[in-house]
Design a protein around this ligand. Sequence first.
Ligand SMILES: Nc1ncnc2c1ncn2[C@@H]1O[C@H](COP(=O)(O)OP(=O)(O)OP(=O)(O)O)[C@@H](O)[C@H]1O
Ligand SMILES: [Mg+2]
Length: 375
Amino acid sequence: MTISRAADSSHRDGGRGSDLPALDLLASAVLLLDADGAVRHANAAAENLFGLSRRQLMGNPAPALFVDGPTLMASLREGRDNRFAEKGLPLAVARPGAEPHHVSAVLVVLHGQPWAFLLEVREIEHRRRIERATEQWERADAQREVLRNLAHEVKNPLGGLRGAAQLLQDELADAQLMEYTQVIIAEADRLHALVDRILAPHRTPRLLSQLNIHEVCERVAALVQAEYGAGLTIMRDYDISVPELQADREQLIQVVLNIVRNAAQALGERRRQGDAEIVLRTRVMRQVTLARRRHALAVALSIADNGPGIPDSIRDRIFHPLVSGKEGGTGLGLSLVQTFVQQHGGVVTVESAPGDTVFELLLPLRHLQIPESES
Ligand SMILES: Nc1ncnc2c1ncn2[C@@H]1O[C@H](COP(=O)(O)OP(=O)(O)OP(=O)(O)O)[C@@H](O)[C@H]1O
Ligand SMILES: [Mg+2]
């Protein structure tokens, strides 16, 4: 397996402040434009959305940031002629090497201001995906509770059952009959292991420490590399400006490992062809609402694979316990992922189509205020 390292994309200002800090509190991207449509100010959410720092955005013609630039250009002309005061525009953000990102924008004509226009852009898809993930988690959590209670109920009689089979086996003189007791013992052990996996996430207390998300990624990449040899390329696209986060190291490794391992397993066919790819990408996110709480700063880790995609039949239930689409799968991996991520105050989302499946972990960065206070 080869590992190629994409260029580090530390494209943000690393917390450099803006001269209009209040705009950085907004979840919508805001661009202030001059009469020619060039960017004169960008807020923090705009840096997120366009994947460019303020410095890089500054002076750029705003239409160049969108696939449908000419539409915006025409509206800027109309705005200059005072043909409207405010206008809604469905636009799509250009993203090199990826599908355009659909957004809804509002262009406001300003008067008596140092700027000629205000362009407010809302990310429809991403926010909806996070909201959907929160609802999904709540549904799956109800199932997990039922399952946990059941696991507790099964555990004690299972021990008795196995013990009795063992005693019976010790008394049996007939080797042929022993085959039956051995089946009972083996099946009881299998069930016991399953019950343990169901109960495990709630047993060990979390051990929080400051850690670097990239260390976790590297550790997982090394493990998956060792496990799934040839034909798989793991690529990295790290934003090295991501601050350290407070998390339980072992749990976070387990989370990332479960997702990356699922991806490697789904890539079986492509690994045989030699063109299986997994991309680990990190980004800083500002002003995000995760699990119904607003955070000034969060880290987004996305894990993308070019496998066949999640089967339609289980798409809505993959985070539910015991839901598996593969032979021999227990269906506990993603349920555990969701539990651990939720315990860290984060959210896990998924988008899947043939050739492009992306799991995204969003984890809040605690103890950090909005970046202005750092500078
Ligand atoms: N990257 C992916 N591409 C395609 N399908 C996926 C991907 N990730 C998960 N899945 C589907 O979601 C199912 C549930 O995953 P989950 O990790 O919860 O269970 P599992 O992998 O089947 O079993 P376990 O992880 O407990 O060994 C998988 O069986 C698979 O069908
Ligand atoms: Mg799994």
